[in-house]
Design a protein around this ligand. Sequence first.
Ligand code: ATP
Ligand code: MG
Length: 252
Amino acid sequence: MIEVRGLRKSFNGIEVLKGIDLTAHKGEVIALIGGSGSGKSTTLRCLNLLEVPHEVTKLELLGEPVALNPDRHGQLSVADRRHLRGLRSRLAMVFQNFNLWPHMTLEENVMEVPVQVLGQPRAEARDTAHRLLERVGLLDKREAYPDWLSGGQQQRGAIARALATEPEVLLFDEPTSALDPELVGEVLSVMKGLAEEGRTMIIVTHEMQFAADVADRVIFLDNGVIAEQGTAQQIFQSPKNERLQQFIRAIN
Ligand code: ATP
Ligand code: MG
């Protein structure tokens, strides 16, 4: 599904990803953990091609090799950009800060990309939106604007919107870390349902119990490298890397 080798990314001459190798197979749920600034978000953003990697020895997304030939200013050619746009539409990302469009109702939020970008008829997009909102427990809120909803409801709405394009891979960047503690569970439970459906997911999270519950594989990033990876059992019960041991002590 996703294979990346030797992924490097710098900002202003400072290398923040120092050669990441990551493979996500179809149906696999991967939890990406690590301290603040370790490069988790940047890794996700490179996979979603929101950031252009500086250097990468191999990049395959959704079974397609991706050639990135940035010019010396880091800009991509028109053909590269067109290819990336196509691929990006097959991945969906949910961010930490609920990114629903504030001027649209929940239903309109979920319908927007299918109608405006994919050209679906409105009636069909509305049916899909209702099905997805029902699934995340928000059908009765379909006429509400994001501002009227709790953080947990907004985040569940953002998940419904992400699902509307039938993405092949779901990327989550700390989807619960901006929520009040009592609202975290409802969002995690929607995500757990998606994981159980066999979707391919890469989840950056600080919710270690959740990672232990749903992830097939846990990857610990430290200072721009993968310091250790393994099953949740291996990572949480018998971590080998010293930095990972410290990290786990600090969160317990
Ligand atoms: P957190 O847990 O705090 O979200 P993270 O693991 O997601 O951290 P990243 O956001 O990937 O970390 O950042 C990795 C490093 O890259 C940090 O030192 C950060 O300051 C730097 N960085 C990220 N994005 C940019 C940017 N657009 N410009 C400059 N530096 C950046
Ligand atoms: Mg981050």
